[in-house]
Design a protein around this ligand. Structure first.
Ligand code: TXA
Ligand code: MG
Length: 333
């Protein structure tokens, strides 16, 4: 008798789930799906009603445009007015992968997707479940991070459920996201002037090497080392502060009225007292990125009064992490 292997059974289950997800998406419903960066809240990019539901459920301002996820780079033509050589070169180098390209859009790309702009953001994610879903669906899927506006992006299916409960009919579980931070966004809509709109875990120098030209920084990134300049984003619900290593060690010697959490990658100079929950992070940027959002979620669950995060180095390999930390520690209204 032919007994299916447990791998075969899992594959069959996943393919049944993908068929169900496709049916839901075709009917205009939302399905959360895993990518290598964070989980996305998927909806048919050609269905205005479904897109409006994405904005409603995320409580996201409609002026914030969405990324269209596609199954392969050949599909760019269906969304972009033209595909410049630079875009093709980046797509060939980094797709499927954690890179989003902004290009001039085709006339029929919905205003609901682009926030009324004349550009569209495109990405081919590098996750087997996302790619299987996109191939089976056959069209583009919007995929904002599957969290409420300003909250932390989810890196597990459980974190998506924590954000939305039963409000979305289906969450495809593809395990823990390996990269853990949102994709790098490069704006190529002005061919002469490529702009880094959001840093991610692909170093910008790798992108510049492929482009053969320097990226300029979006104005919001130029201010990244000045805390307080950003609206709150990617944030835990507990007030969160970025502090220097010296101040972090000073905190350890003080007693706190209510428990606090410290998220640090340096070894502590003093043992943490009983009012402090120490969350040790890796000192390696890639490993740190993969754990960051889940660690901040865990810190939130501990019901501490404040979360203090040790400032990470201001170097290229930590650029995306520092960007997210500054935003997580932004002003609260
Ligand atoms: O890694 C990722 O990119 C994840 C996964 C799920 O793919 N998605 C994600 O989507 O981070 P979201 O919606 O959370 O962030 C998309 C960003 C927003 O900051 C938005 O303003 C920007 O992309 N964006 C989208 N379309 C744009 C456009 N046409 N022009 C400029 N920025 C755009
Ligand atoms: Mg997001």
């Amino acid at each position: 008798m032919n007994v299916p292997s447990s791998r075969g059974v899992k594959e069959a289950q996943m393919s049944a789930e993908i068929s169900k997800a496709v049916q839901l998406l075709k009917s205009g419903a939302l399905v959360a799906f895993p990518t290598e960066t964070v989980y996305g809240l998927g909806a048919d990019a050609q269905n205005p009603r479904a897109i409006r539901e994405v904005f409603r459920i995320k409580q996201r301002p409609s002026s914030h445009p969405l990324i269209v996820h596609i199954a392969n780079l050949e599909l760019m033509e269906g969304w972009a007015l033209e595909v410049p050589e630079q875009a093709l070169a980046l797509a060939r180098a980094f797709w499927p992968g954690p890179l989003t390209l902004i290009l001039k859009k085709q006339a029929d790309v919905l205003d609901e997707v682009t926030g009324g702009q004349d550009t569209v953001a495109l990405r081919v994610p590098n996750h087997p479940v996302a790619l299987a879903l996109l191939s089976a669906f056959g069209g583009g899927l919007v995929g904002p991070s599957a969290n409420q506006f300003t909250h932390l992006s989810p890196t597990t299916a459980a974190a998506v459920r924590e954000e939305f409960g039963e409000e979305i009919p289906m969450v495809l579980d593809g395990g823990t996201c390996t990269i853990g931070l949102e994709s790098t966004i490069v704006d190529l809509s002005d061919a002469l002037h490529p702009v880094l709109r959001r840093p991610g875990m692909i170093p910008s120098t790798d992108i510049e090497r492929v482009l053969g030209t320097k990226l300029s920084l979006a104005s919001s990134l130029k201010q990244v080392i000045v805390p307080g300049m950003h609206a709150l984003h990617y944030a835990p619900t507990t007030p969160t502060y970025l502090i220097n290593t010296i101040d972090l060690n000073r905190l350890l010697t003080e007693t706190h009225e209510a428990p606090i959490a410290i998220v640090h990658y340096s070894p502590l100079l003093h043992p943490a007292n009983s009012t402090i929950i120490s969350l040790q992070m890796p000192a390696n940027a890639k490993a740190y990125a993969a754990l960051l959002y889940q660690t901040l979620r865990d810190a939130d669950h501990q019901k501490v009064q404040k979360i203090f995060v040790e400032r990470v180095p201001d170097t290229l390999e930590w650029q995306a992490i520092l960007d997210r930390l500054v935003k997580a520690c932004g002003p609260r209204s």
